[in-house]
Design a protein around this ligand. Structure first.
Ligand code: 5GP
Ligand code: ZN
Length: 139
């Protein structure tokens, strides 16, 4: 538990939230600034800053909660689709340093567009080199 972490304050009840789901280890509540209405955040009660620091078993359990919320959004809101977003570090847009997943309901008519500008590799060799660098640290 971190004293000045915003999401720890929500876990403690020091800051109110629109709660969607809770259990022993996790809490889900509406994002105060929804990309689409119903946009929900899933957090562990315990404080971990981001994905690399979070113990794998806790992360595995967290994915079950993410799946549960996604299913509930599909059923309750009649969503046509769901985006899952998870930011790590300022460069990736993380503003609150308490690991969280964004579960965002999507509708064919919602008008939202991700700024997903696909780029390309200079050559197949550069692409393979990138794969090799990451692969070497996977185990
Ligand atoms: P990040 O950019 O760190 O992935 O996402 C943090 C999210 O927390 C943002 O989408 C933001 O709208 C949400 N947020 C920030 N402050 C509050 C708050 O006080 N209450 C709730 N419910 N959400 C918040
Ligand atoms: Zn925290």
């Amino acid at each position: 538990m971190s004293t000045d972490c915003l999401f720890c304050k929500i876990v403690r009840g020091d800051i109110p939230c629109a709660k969607v789901y809770e259990d022993e280890n996790f809490l889900a509540f509406l994002d105060i600034g929804p990309i689409i209405k119903g946009h929900t955040l899933v957090i562990p009660r315990e404080h971990y800053a981001s994905l690399p620091e979070t113990p794998a078993p806790l992360l595995a359990d967290m994915m079950s909660v993410v799946q549960r919320i996604a299913g509930a959004q599909m059923n309750a809101l009649k969503a046509d689709g769901i985006n899952i977003v998870q930011n790590n570090g300022r460069a990736a847009g993380q503003l609150v340093d308490h690991i969280h997943f964004h579960i965002i309901p999507r509708f064919t008519t919602d008008g939202h567009k991700w700024n997903w500008a696909a780029k390309s590799y200079d050559s197949p060799a550069e692409m393979q080199s990138m794969a090799d660098q990451i692969s070497a640290r996977c185990s």
